[in-house]
Design a protein around this ligand. Structure first.
Ligand SMILES: Nc1ncnc2c1ncn2[C@@H]1O[C@H](COP(=O)(O)OP(=O)(O)O)[C@@H](O)[C@H]1O
Ligand SMILES: [Mg+2]
Length: 532
């Protein structure tokens, strides 16, 4: 039967058929086949499930290995192999001006039709010719490169989901390298500083940033979040914060900030620091609660203060002091924005490993909002604009499903509007079920590597169109770097083996036994000092 690998035995649903494999041919999950259709047409499909058995050994109530051994010996050592495979139909391959297109047939293919392996040149036209960014090759075909359409990632976003160690960060590094080489700007929010020291090769510039926040660039909401003052939980504190902040903002806009500082009892001159100003103004408010005049007059404004709010104002002042003390080295005035550091054809890595979740949330949320706001402004004013790709590692931390965060709001805005303004978002996570489901479902493209936890699997299934129950079954058995790609970045779903990132990726994990071994060999040596 030359290149025929099986015959269609059953049509299970309009989009799914089962075939019986030719003798001694074991189909591979993830491989592509063409099914004979009426006349000379054929339909492309992907194998999603394979069952294998042998005539001699199945349907017997065998209970001991010895029984199986006996039968195998009796039949001369070689049990027959049969295989049945499920194929998900993908469409009829038709050539158009824009390359290859897949059109679903209006009826299922007939039973009894032949099944052939899809020719590699057809697959190459689908997976290699349509995209620009090479990720690897088809899992079942080393000779077919898989390239994704990165334009679709920028406009429809991407989620990279898998257990730790499955190859998420490697995939990200491969994508980033290709994008940067094509002149694209990339900003990577590196929650665990695992990309520190990354080298993309080919002299691609990498700009590593320690986290910083320019307090003068923050909105009232962001500042309130940093101070831990929410309107819901501490309305009074929030109201006084807002009054003080508005005053400072006005003074700044009217170029009267030095005047304000002087009147509030500070030393004007040098770089303006909104947080210092805020502290001075709130101190003035606190003073006023003890005096007869129940207001603070600064520059040409007057702020109402009530004596009974002394406690709230005191708390607010304490929070400002606390913020300065805790994040003094991160909150810097006049440092500018992370968005200012973005360059075409360069990677910006924001290393967040050393800071806690609270401030990371404001740093990432603020940066994402700024990037979107700038893109929006440029597009609206018809100014030249370069699309930007943003990547958030460990996305479940800052975009969790159980509380609103600043980053979640910003990410959700990008997910909804990024398409129009050329801001793409890639979310990376090993805990899909802990990720906000609304945002996750808007990441239309997905790279799914090994996933073991059943709840994580079902979340992925729910958020992914193509994934079938059968495919789900294979998620735990994927090896490192093996992934299922779905979404418009690929013409049809693909199982790929990712390339190994060639450059140097930072963040190598420590091998404890190597160090322990060395230290015991050199007893009494300074190694022991390293713990103290
Ligand atoms: N496609 C691949 N080919 C070869 N090795 C890989 C591949 N993907 C990942 N690895 C290796 O597997 C390990 C874990 O990969 P990593 O990307 O850090 O996983 P994750 O980010 O999912 O925790 C690394 O040592 C990496 O070099
Ligand atoms: Mg990782």
């Amino acid at each position: 039967m030359n290149d025929i690998i099986g015959m269609i035995a059953e049509v299970t649903t309009p989009t799914e058929v089962e075939f019986v494999a030719s003798k001694d041919h074991i189909p591979q999950v993830g491989d592509y086949v063409v099914l004979e259709f009426d006349g000379n047409r054929s339909v492309l499909g992907m194998i999603t499930h394979v069952e294998r058995g042998s005539m001699e050994l199945s349907e017997r109530s065998l209970r001991f290995a010895e029984e199986v051994e006996k039968i195998v010996r009796m039949i001369g050592g070689k049990p027959s192999n049969w295989a049945r495979a499920t194929v998900r139909l993908l469409g009829m391959v038709t050539s158009t001006e824009n390359g290859i297109e897949l059109v679903m047939p209006r009826s299922p293919p007939p039973t009894g039709g032949a099944v052939r392996r899809a020719p590699s040149d057809v697959l190459r036209r689908i997976f290699s010719d349509a995209g620009q960014v090479k990720l690897g090759h088809l899992l079942t075909r080393e000779d077919v490169d898989v390239k994704i359409d990165i334009n679709e990632v920028v406009s429809r976003h991407l989620a990279v989901l898998a257990v730790t160690g499955a190859g998420k960060s490697n995939s990200i590094a491969v994508i980033i390298k290709e994008v940067v080489e094509r002149g694209g700007p990339v900003v990577l929010f590196d929650m665990h500083s695992e990309y520190a020291g990354i080298d993309l090769g080919n002299d691609c510039p990498v700009i590593e940033l320690d986290p910083f926040l320019d307090v003068n660039k923050l909105s009232l909401k962001e500042l309130a979040k940093l101070l831990g003052v929410s309107y819901e939980k501490a309305a009074k504190q929030y109201i006084y914060l807002r009054r003080a902040w508005k005053l400072i903002d006005q003074a700044h806009k009217k170029d009267k900030i030095n005047e304000l500082i002087r009147e509030a009892g500070g030393n004007p001159g040098g770089d303006v620091d909104f947080l210092e100003c805020l502290e001075l103004v709130v101190k003035k408010m606190l003073d006023a609660t003890g005096s007869d005049r129940k207001s603070v007059k600064l520059i040409d404004s007057e702020i109402e203060v009530e004596s009974k709010d002394k406690g709230s104002i005191y708390s607010l002042l304490a929070r400002i002091g606390n913020l300065k003390e805790t994040y003094g080295d991160i909150i810097k005035p006049n440092e500018g924005e992370i968005a200012d550091r973005i360059r075409g054809g360069a990677l910006v890595v924001v290393k967040l490993g050393s800071v806690d979740t609270e401030i990371s949330d404001v740093i990432v949320g603020h940066a994402l909002s700024t990037i979107l706001a700038r893109a929006k402004r440029r597009v609206m004013h018809k100014m030249p604009h370069v699309p930007v790709l943003t990547v958030l590692e460990e996305a479940h931390i800052l975009i969790p499903n159980d509380r609103t965060t600043y980053t979640r709001e910003a990410a959700s805005r990008i997910a909804r509007e990024g398409r129009k303004f050329g801001v793409g978002l890639i979310l990376v996570s090993q805990r899909p079920k802990k990720l906000d489901q609304d945002v996750l479902s808007q990441m239309v493209n997905k790279i799914i590597l090994r996933i073991v936890e059943p709840e994580d699997q079902s979340y992925v299934i729910r958020a992914t169109e193509f994934m079938s129950e059968e495919m789900l079954g294979y998620l735990p058995s994927l090896n490192v770097g093996e992934a299922i790609l779905v979404g418009p970045m690929v013409k049809i779903p693909a199982m790929v083996k990712f390339d190994k990132f060639e450059g140097k990726r930072g963040g190598v994990s420590i091998k404890a036994t190597d160090i322990w071994g060395r230290s015991s060999e050199e007893k009494g040596n300074p190694y022991w000092e390293m713990i103290r």
